[in-house]
Design a protein around this ligand. Structure first.
Ligand SMILES: C[S@@+](CC[C@H](N)C(=O)[O-])C[C@H]1O[C@@H](n2cnc3c(N)ncnc32)[C@H](O)[C@@H]1O
Length: 414
């Protein structure tokens, strides 16, 4: 994560750390364990206990700073692939709709991303961000406004904050999305997923609701990297892509997937497609991780970014087509003697087991071994037998050039 993004997140962490009544590290660690347990084992209690003081403390003191970087990572990838997202860093005023906004991790993550993206472009014009947050928990909304104003100050961005106590399933919310530049929804959809079936899926009404959001504006959904919540997100994604060819105003998947085919990972019930990305944890997140014994410092999450309009392979759409030589690495390294194997999801929608023999490893193909789970890369030339030889180059997926975004910065879907 760019250091400016981290500076923004640190400022919010500091706000909640020094607030009166803030818990010490030991009490915070207990609250974090309790809330994490609820997510994994007693999801029905989540909605009931939203206003619980200990949960709020865990959200402000820990989850805010550990979830905001996920937004930065996901927006970086979506902006690298789609001008619908890239243009957000070029606008003088960005209108953001944050659904299930909680204490502000997602909006603060957005500000952290925006600050870093604008700094990379050496943009000096002042930016204004108008946040419209939908959240039905009153105690969270108070923390939300403080978090966002602090993050905006650190990001050097002017903000308007409007928090509405409303259920995001209500009809007016879908209409609101139409007047926004981006819709964000982090770790909130899973609260609608009550039943834990063998292959969890959202209800038809949730699928319809998300389809409406996706048609209205660029949309980023982030969910926990649990089997149940991630598989439900994968099913939601498939429902979106399967309906797109049949509707007048479709939406397409921008990231993490490289294609608009059905998700090949859904075939096996024990697979769930998620990210495991290295981030620099903030000091307090690192301290709590040490206390609770969480040693894998990677950010684990699943996400889906979509944009209105037809799929990128069609001329005149919001993004250039993805090269057929592109892969997304969807497992960690699979330990095999003398070689590294990893499952990749290719741009043609096929899952393949690719391998690199240790003796054929070169600086030019080392990314295949080193890449974090979830990363996309180009493979040139693409080996027909899935064996990456010494002559094959594995490189990070290049981002959209500024000229491409500028040429189309006025673009906005109908
Ligand atoms: C786990 S928190 C995540 C908050 C925030 N998105 C974040 O990333 O920190 C989920 C939030 O969504 C809110 N929420 C869940 N379902 C909602 C709904 N149908 N309408 C409005 N808010 C909702 C809950 O009150 C809770 O504050």
């Amino acid at each position: 994560m760019a250091s400016l993004a981290q500076h923004v997140i640190l400022a919010v962490e500091q706000l909640h750390r020094t607030a009166s009544g803030a818990p010490d590290d030991a009490a915070l660690a207990r609250a974090v364990v309790r809330l994490s347990d609820l997510y994994t084992s007693d999801r029905q209690a989540l909605t009931r206990e939203q206003a619980d003081d200990t949960h709020l403390a865990a959200k402000c003191g820990y989850f805010l700073a550990s979830d905001a970087p996920k937004v930065v990572l996901a927006l970086d990838e979506a902006a690298a692939r789609s001008r619908a997202f890239a243009r957000l860093a070029h606008l003088d005023r960005v209108r953001v709709l944050d659904l299930g906004a909680g204490v502000g991790a997602t909006s603060c993550g957005f500000l952290a991303w925006l600050a870093a993206a604008r700094a990379r472009r050496a943009s000096s014009t002042p930016a204004r961000v108008s946040f419209h947050a939908i959240e039905f928990g009153a105690p969270a909304t108070r923390a939300y406004e403080c978090s966002v104003r602090t993050a905006a100050h650190a990001a050097g961005v002017e903000v308007d904050v409007h928090v509405e106590a409303r259920d995001f399933r209500s009809d007016p919310v879908a209409s609101l999305a139409q007047s926004c530049d981006v819709v964000l929804c982090q770790t909130a959809l899973n609260e609608l997923l009550i039943e834990d079936r063998s292959d969890p899926q959202h209800s038809p009404s949730t699928r319809e609701m998300v389809a409406r959001w996706s048609r209205a504006a660029p949309l980023l959904i982030i969910e926990p990297a649990l089997r149940s919540t991630t598989r439900a997100l994968m099913a939601l994604r498939d429902a979106l892509v399967s309906r797109s060819p049949h509707v007048e105003s479709p939406a397409h998947v921008v990231a993490p997937c490289l294609h608009q085919q059905a998700c090949p990972m859904r075939a096996k019930l024990d697979d769930w497609c998620h990210e495991a990305r290295r981030i620099d944890p903030t000091p307090r997140v690192a301290a709590i991780d040490r206390i609770v014994g969480r040693r894998d410092g990677r950010a684990l999450f699943a996400y889906l970014a979509t944009a209105p309009g037809p799929a990128p392979s069609i001329a005149g759409t919001a993004s250039p087509p993805i090269s057929i030589n592109t892969i997304r690495i969807v497992t960690d390294t699979l330990g095999s003697r003398g070689k590294t194997e990893r499952v990749v999801c290719r741009a043609d929608g096929e899952l393949r087991l690719m391998r690199l023999l240790d003796r054929e490893s070169r600086p030019g193909n080392a990314l295949f071994v080193e890449a974090e789970r979830g990363l996309a890369a180009t493979v040139n030339p693409m080996p027909p037998n899935d064996r990456i030889g010494p002559e094959v180059a594995v490189d990070p997926l290049p981002a959209l050039g500024d000229d491409f975004v500028h040429a189309n910065s006025a673009w906005k879907p109908d």
